[in-house]
Every structure is written in C-alpha cells, then in structure tokens.
Design a protein around this ligand. Structure first.
Ligand SMILES: Cc1cc2ncn([C@H]3O[C@H](COP(=O)(O)O)[C@@H](O)[C@H]3O)c2cc1C
Ligand SMILES: O=C(O)c1cccnc1
Length: 348
C-alpha cells in the first residue's frame, strides 16, 4: 500500500530562510538548533515567517494483548483510566498543553473501554491487540484502518487551522511493541534496546525481553514491509500515530514526536513514505534506550534531555516554546543591514 504525500519542502523558501538567519545580528550559527527549526518550518509551511500559532496535540490510545505477559509495572486498566483523566484535563500532557497553548485531541483506536467518554474520538478498530508472542498483534487490514484514522484526524485539525502538531500515546504495555518495532527496524539487539518503561521489576524486565525476542523469532518482521511489520508486532495506537505523521506530510504540517513509542511509529511512517522525514521534529530524549537508536536512524537530534519517560506527548508539548522562540527570533531580530552594516561574516 502507498500513502500519497506531496513533497513537503519548499526549496526556494529554504534558501531565503537560510540567508535571512545568516544575516541576523549574531555570530553565524549561534542559535544552533533554533536556526534549523526555523529554516525547516519555513520550508514546510512555504512561509518566510511561518505561522505556527494554533497548536494541537493528538494522543492515540490503545491496549496491548502482550500486557498479559507481565511486561508493565501497571495493570492494563490504567489505559482506560487515563483516557478518563485526559477528559478531565488532569494528566501531565493536559497541564503542559494548557501552559503552552495547545488543544488536546484524544483518539481511542483500540482501548478495552466499552464506553468511550466524549469528547474522545471513538475510532476503535478492535478492543486491544492480540498477544504478539502467540500470533500477529492484528491483521494488516486493522493496521491500515488505524493508520487511516490517524491521517483523517490530522486532516481535520489542519482544516480547523492547526499549524503545529504534537503526537503521543497512551497504552499500558506499549514500550514492549515500541521496542520490538525499534529492534526490527534498526537491527540492533534486544538487550541493548530494552528499558523499564513505567518501571517494571527485574522479573518483568526479563519477561519483557523474552516477549520481544519471541515476537521477533515468530514473526520475522521485514523492515521493507512496514505495514505488515506494524500489524505483526506493533499496536493500534502505534498505527494511529504512524497515520498522524503520514497525514502531516500530506498536509504540509510540522509535527513533533515524543518518546520511544511515538518515534517508533514515526520511523514506520518514514519506511512507508520517505517524505514524512521532512516534516518530523524530535523533542526530548527519553530514558528508554531504544529511543536514541530510533532518533539516530531518523537522523534527528532531540532538543531537550530531561530524563523523562512518560509518553502522552508530554515532551513534545514541552518543546513547543522552543518552536515559538525559533520563529519569533527570525521575525523580530535586526539584520546587519538594518543597522546599516555589511554582514561581518561575509567580509572576513
Ligand atoms: C498512570 C500512567 C500514565 C501514563 N502516561 C503515559 N504512560 C506511558 O506508560 C505506558 C508504557 O509503559 P509500559 O510499557 O511499562 O506499560 C504507556 O501507556 C505510556 O504512554 C503512562 C503510564 C501510567 C502507569
Ligand atoms: O519514551 C517513552 O515514550 C515512554 C517511556 C516510558 C513509558 N512510556 C513511554
């Protein structure tokens, strides 16, 4: 299956933005990653002064059959409880979204909840995945449906005026499929990639490594067939997030990833459609070891290292002020020409 996206970057604006940032009254390159953010935002939006005023965060939710293997420190029911907590506005990501001016959109693509509380979008493809140590997590068709749900949500947000997006997830047990996907896509070994997620015990940690190894052995996932890989060892919210990134590339919308699971979904989306890479931004570096491996594979540097390991898009929303700063600096700083001077960098 191909998900059509347009080539997102406007090369003419990229050149103009690169020149503009080089002419600002500061040593060349001294604003580091903020300069790169600004130039790429300009390329994605096609605007020399990108409008990223209206922001949203999408939280994809789903449950995991592999939780039955005892791979998480928390019971599966916490996924549903947290969906209710998002509705009340009381989760970490809600607080951060209020602080940084972002709308929160929660999408249930496959929790175990029988009644999905409004305004959560009920896009349940099925109630949780199957245990992937025994068989595929879901069918290819189900993975496709969840992916398309993510694409549709992003299309709606873009139509409603959203100009910067964060993507995150909720799903107890999902650092296990997140790490399995990372292992399959990077080829790195399970020992070096597996972390403790919510803080699983030593016993749970060994079960987790065992579950991932077993899944890789049974399914032999092929990185050149990303949708099938997603169906076998992924998750419904992972598919939903992959759809968000595909949708963002299609809509020309900059999108900020969070930690391990959202970045695993992003690498899957890039494997499905390489143009997705152009609209992706890394926010923070998760404690989960597989996260750094995924970012390396994507060739992206995290902006914040704060020892976080939460998911929910908390790190992504936390990075929003850096995006506003990047755009504001480019818009408001004087150029050397404004001061009536040649750019000192161009005369030495
Ligand atoms: C109360 C609570 C809130 C959360 N918010 C995000 N996660 C995070 O932890 C889970 C993954 O870790 P593991 O694979 O170890 O289960 C995911 O739901 C992720 O979003 C949470 C976990 C809990 C317990
Ligand atoms: O890196 C993450 O996104 C993460 C880490 C631990 C638990 N949940 C998510």
């Amino acid at each position: 299956m191909r998900f059509n996206t347009r080539t997102p970057l406007d090369q003419d604006i990229i050149m103009k933005a690169t020149q503009h940032v080089a002419n600002l009254t500061k040593p060349l390159g001294s604003l580091g990653a903020l300069e790169e953010i600004y130039v790429r935002l300009a390329g994605i939006t096609g605007q020399l002064h990108p409008d990223i005023g209206q922001k949203a965060v999408v939280i994809m939710c789903g449950d995991h059959g592999v939780a039955a293997e005892g791979v998480s420190a928390y019971p599966q029911a916490v996924t549903g409880l947290m969906i209710h907590n998002f509705v009340k506005g009381k989760a970490a990501v809600n607080v951060l979204a209020r602080q940084h001016g972002a709308e929160v959109r929660v999408v249930d693509v496959g929790s175990l909840l029988d009644e999905v509380p409004p305004p959560v979008l009920n896009r349940q493809v099925r109630k949780g995945t199957a245990n992937f140590t025994e068989g595929p997590a879901m069918s290819v068709n189900e993975a496709k449906q969840a992916t398309e749900a993510g694409m549709a949500v992003v299309r709606e947000l873009k139509e409603q005026g959203v100009r910067l997006l964060a993507v995150g997830e909720m799903g107890i047990g999902n650092t296990t499929p997140g790490t399995a996907v990372a292992a399959a896509l990077t080829g790195l070994d399970v020992d070096s990639l597996t972390g403790r997620g919510t803080g699983v015990s030593n016993e749970g940690f060994h079960k987790k490594q065992q579950a991932i190894r077993q899944a890789l052995a049974i399914h032999r996932p092929d990185p050149s067939r990303p949708l099938e890989l997603l169906a076998r060892i992924g998750g419904l919210e992972i598919a939903g997030m992959a759809g968000c990134y595909l949708g963002a590339a299609k809509e020309g919308l900059p999108v900020v990833m969070d930690g391990l699971i959202s970045t695993a979904a992003a690498l899957l989306a890039v494997k499905m459609e390489p143009a997705v890479r152009e609209v992706l931004f890394a926010s923070h570096l998760s404690v989960e070891p597989a996260h750094a491996a995924l970012l390396r594979e994507l060739g992206l540097e995290p902006l914040i290292t704060a020892g976080m390991r939460l998911g929910e898009a908390s790190g992504a929303v936390l990075s929003f002020p850096l995006f506003d700063s990047a755009v504001g600096l480019a818009r408001e700083m004087a150029t050397f020409a404004d001061l009536g001077l040649p750019n000192p960098a161009s005369i030495t």
